[in-house]
Design a protein around this ligand. Structure first.
Ligand SMILES: [Zn+2]
Length: 375
């Protein structure tokens, strides 16, 4: 596994941040935007380590001083982590501090390129939506009002900043605008979309670009992926290491086979076969039914992308491309909108506990009609 601080494929940005920290021109509040799998957290950790290293002679963090060693353990007393959590059973506040052990173990075992899906799995939150509470904001204010342990920089990382509640963000406005001396805020969010304008105006926004294909491929090979897996994951993940790693684990062969059979059946208007397939669908269980429907939606969309000339933008595995080429002429502007709606409705029905067999049979009947619609 890579060192926790290694920002794979973000060397240019890492160098720029290092330069600012050396010159003393670092903004006191930064917002890194982009999916977490692009490496924002790695850059933030890298920067914190740099600020904390006590060996001023070297331009790179020395790796040997007590601060660097504390960073290796993710235990530096002036490095603070905030991230979305759910309220633990029996507690009245949702605080990152209660989940710090889980957070550190994820970082240690997986490295810094994880995303919300990975964190949710690790925290075992089930269907609950983690968030950053106003109590967490109070905790941040308290922490930052204390003197730095080592007398140097205090670094507050807020990962998943888009999950701050409005009252949380409001409570932090003032400290983000005027942090205590030698304090750096590093906020990380997927995009600027779900953040208050008042937060955006108080931070320096630094977009994190996608990781280049070549570096992404090398990283995946380093994880032990085979060539075909690597090329699929590179073409599907859009420069996002967390997604790429997940793609290595995902096996969509079963879904693909079922999708092909289903579309052939619908095209042939074979009611008896559709009824058999509805039984198979029913037996999958609710979670897998939802997964299959989202896979079908993805396939339909990719056919449309390929159909209208953007071959380079098609996100399909090598094994799926042959079928998609033959099938895509039947997906067009005349039916795609309705098709998407039907698939989304089916997914909502499944989530709402409608009988799986019924959902799938209704959907198949609609598909029979849609696939034969004129362009
Ligand atoms: Zn050091």
């Amino acid at each position: 596994m890579e060192a926790v601080r290694e920002a794979i494929g973000q060397e240019v940005l890492a160098a720029r941040l290092a330069e600012h920290s050396a010159k003393g021109t670092l903004a006191h509040a930064m917002l890194f935007t982009g999916p977490p799998g692009r490496g924002g957290l790695a850059l933030a950790l890298n920067l914190a380590r740099r600020l904390h290293c006590t060996d001023r002679a070297s331009s790179e963090p020395c790796g040997a001083c007590p601060s660097c060693q504390q960073h290796d353990q993710l235990q530096h007393p002036d490095l603070h982590f905030t991230f979305p959590v759910v309220k633990p059973a029996g507690k009245d506040k949702a605080l990152s501090a209660d989940q710090l052990g889980t957070w550190r173990s994820l970082l240690r075992e997986v490295g810094p390129h994880f995303d919300m899906e990975d964190l949710r799995d690790r925290m075992a939150v089930g269907n609950k939506q983690p968030f950053i509470s106003v109590h967490e904001a109070a905790d941040i204010l308290r922490r930052l009002s204390l003197t730095a342990h080592a007398g140097g920089w205090k670094v507050q990382i807020i990962w998943g900043a888009q999950w701050m509640r409005t009252d949380t963000a409001n409570k932090l406005l003032k400290v983000i605008e005027e942090p205590p001396q030698k304090t750096v805020f590093i906020l990380l969010a997927d995009s600027t979309e779900n953040l208050l304008a008042t937060i955006l105006s108080r931070t320096q926004i630094i977009p994190i670009p996608p990781v280049q294909e070549e570096q992404l491929g090398a990283w995946l090979r380093g994880l032990g992926a085979a060539d075909e897996q690597v090329s699929d994951a590179v073409s599907l993940s859009e420069g996002d290491l967390a997604r790429a790693r997940r793609l290595l684990r995902e096996d969509t062969a079963g879904e693909f086979a079922m999708f092909v059979e289903w579309m052939r059946t619908a095209f042939a208007r074979d009611g008896r076969k559709a009824s058999n397939l509805a039984d198979n669908f029913h037996d999958l269980g609710r979670e897998q039914q939802k997964q299959f429907l989202s896979y079908a939606l993805h396939m339909a969309r990719q056919c449309i992308v390929g159909n209208y000339g953007a071959a380079g933008a098609v996100r399909l595995r090598a094994s799926e491309r042959g079928f998609a080429e033959k099938f895509s002429p039947y997906i067009h502007h005349g039916n795609i909108v309705d098709m998407q709606e039907e698939l989304e409705k089916a997914s909502r029905d499944v989530a709402g506990n409608v009988y799986g067999r019924t959902v799938f049979l209704d959907l198949s009947m609609r598909m029979m009609e849609l696939l034969h619609r004129p362009r």
